[in-house]
Each structure stands twice: as C-alpha cells, then as structure tokens.
Design a protein around this ligand. Structure first.
Ligand SMILES: CCCC(=O)SCCNC(=O)CCNC(=O)[C@H](O)C(C)(C)COP(=O)(O)OP(=O)(O)OC[C@H]1O[C@@H](n2cnc3c(N)ncnc32)[C@H](O)[C@@H]1OP(=O)(O)O
Length: 252
C-alpha cells in the first residue's frame, strides 16, 4: 500500500508510504488522496494532516518511472486534471489542513503542500517548484493556489522560475512556509495545533470558510485547470521527455 490514513483525536492524517522513492506520487497515492479528502468531510474531523513516511522526503512529486508512460498532451492532461481538482478540493476543505513537511518537498510534492493551509517544515528540509528543470511548469494548481492565497508575486515568480529547492528558513522568509520545526514531527504537529484545539472546532471551520471564499468565487478552478493544461502542453514536447529520460538513466 502506498499510503495510510489514520484518525487520532479529531486529526485525520494522510501519510505517503513510499520512502524508498522519496514518497513520489503514483496512481495509488492519488486514490488515497481522494479517499482522504472525502473522509475529511466527516463531522468528527477537525484538522487534516499530510506527511510522508521516513525522514528524507515529504514528497518528490509525480513518480517519473510511472508517469513517464504518459506521452501525449491528452494523456498528461488526464493525470494533471485529476490532481489539480484534488488539490483545489484540498484547498477548500471545511477544516484546516497542515502539510507536515518532514523532508524534501519538490515538484508536485511542493504543490500538494501549497494546497494546504499551513506548511510546517523540518529545519533540515528543502522545498521547491523544480518542474522547470524538467521543461514543464507546475500542473497540479500549486502556483495558482499560492497566488490566490496571497503569496508575494515576485517571490512566487522567483520560486517557480528558478526551479531550485530552498532551505526551510528561506521558505519562511518568502512566505511559503508557516513555521520551521526541529525534532519529532508528531510532537511539532501537536504543539502547532494545541492553541487552536483549545477552542470549539466550529471556530476554525468558520474562519476557514471565510478566508477561502475568494478561492470559491474568483474563477480559481478555471485558472487551476489552465495551469494543468499549460503543463500538459509542455509535457508532450521533446525537452520534457529528454529531461525525464536523463533523470531515470542517470545512474546507469
Ligand atoms: C506537475 C508536477 C509533476 C511532477 O511532480 S514532476 C516530478 C518532479 N520531481 C522531480 O523531478 C524529483 C526527482 N527526484 C530527485 O530530484 C531526487 O531523487 C531527490 C528527490 C532530490 C532525492 O535525491 P537523492 O537523495 O540523491 O536520492 P535519489 O535520487 O537516489 O532517489 C532515491 C530513489 O528514489 C527515486 N526517485 C526520487 N524521486 C522520484 C520521482 N519523483 N520519480 C521517480 N523516482 C524518484 C530515485 O530515482 C531513486 O531510485 P533508485 O534508488 O535509483 O532506484
């Protein structure tokens, strides 16, 4: 199984369990995320958490050994469209969702974290929109969501176009990460939600509803689909396939 879902004291946790491959997203992880988002609507869920197993990676994006088989724009679009709509759903969930970034978060992994309300990042972890290295753009809605949620324009443009993973402290400086933690991730999570959990869960839900109104009203869904389409267009092109082949063959 590529994921696990657990619920503890009102917190629904989604963990990608593919540490051998830096928790890259395959079809099973996509199914898992779908299930997680459905379960988050249950009344006894007060927070959602996404994390990766192990101490190396949160998520290294799409599994290139799997998604390399998507050759044409239409094939790439099917996956990007599905992931983009999932991340949109994640962003407008009724309860706050925390990305517990226990290690590297790059490519689609950084997009998943960007769809969450909070990003708690381990002191030693790095994150970034590295899609440019593969001659594609973000395709799961991450850039649009960060823009709509108010990330500073120049920082966002730099993050996406330089395509470099940044250290945790810098990610806080540019307004991407919420807080840096050191030590055990579950302890850091527990500390982070402590004050919010002291109040009735309807409070956090109500504020989230208020603050995500813009995401629902501003044709954001349409813009997210444009982002997915733009990525699918570049995916089909030779420079992308060459870059992926180079990554997959780099140890041969
Ligand atoms: C629209 C969004 C679509 C996307 O997300 S496109 C994918 C973007 N992601 C990437 O380009 C990340 C590629 N991976 C990397 O750069 C590096 O593996 C990474 C995460 C920095 C870790 O580097 P290292 O610590 O040196 O470890 P490593 O490279 O030896 O990796 C260990 C094993 O994991 C594999 N792996 C990591 N990320 C992967 C991925 N996304 N897809 C497929 N395989 C991936 C890697 O090939 C290696 O496998 P193996 O042990 O050589 O068999």
């Amino acid at each position: 199984m590529s994921f696990r879902i657990d619920q503890l004291n009102g917190i629904l946790q989604f963990q990608i369990t593919r540490p051998h491959i830096h928790n890259a997203v395959n079809h099973e992880v996509i199914e898992g995320l779908t299930l997680f988002i459905e379960r988050m609507k249950q009344p006894d869920v007060h927070f959602g958490v996404i994390t990766g197993e192990g101490d190396k990676a949160f998520c290294s994006g799409g599994d290139l050994s799997v998604f390399h088989s998507l050759v044409t724009e239409a094939e790439a679009w099917e996956v990007h469209n599905r992931m983009a709509m999932l991340l949109y759903e994640l962003a407008v969930q009724p309860v706050p969702v925390i990305a517990l970034i226990n290690g590297t978060a790059i490519g689609g992994g950084a997009e998943i974290a960007s769809a969450c309300d909070y990003r708690l990042i381990k002191k030693t972890a790095k994150a970034g929109f590295v899609q440019g290295r593969l001659a594609i753009t973000s395709g799961w809605g991450g850039t649009t969501l960060l823009h709509e949620k108010g990330m500073r324009y120049d920082h966002l443009l730099q993050l996406t176009t330089e395509a470099e993973p940044l250290p945790a402290d810098r990610l806080v400086d540019i307004g991407w990460a919420t807080e840096v933690y050191d030590g055990d991730k579950w302890a850091a999570l527990s500390k982070f939600v402590h004050k919010m959990k002291a109040h009735h869960p309807t409070v956090a839900k109500a504020y989230k509803e208020l603050l995500t109104t813009k995401l629902r009203e501003a044709k954001v869904k349409e813009r997210i689909l444009n982002e997915a389409r733009q990525c699918a267009v570049l995916w089909e092109k030779e420079p992308h396939h060459a870059a992926v082949a180079q990554f997959l063959n780099r140890k041969k």
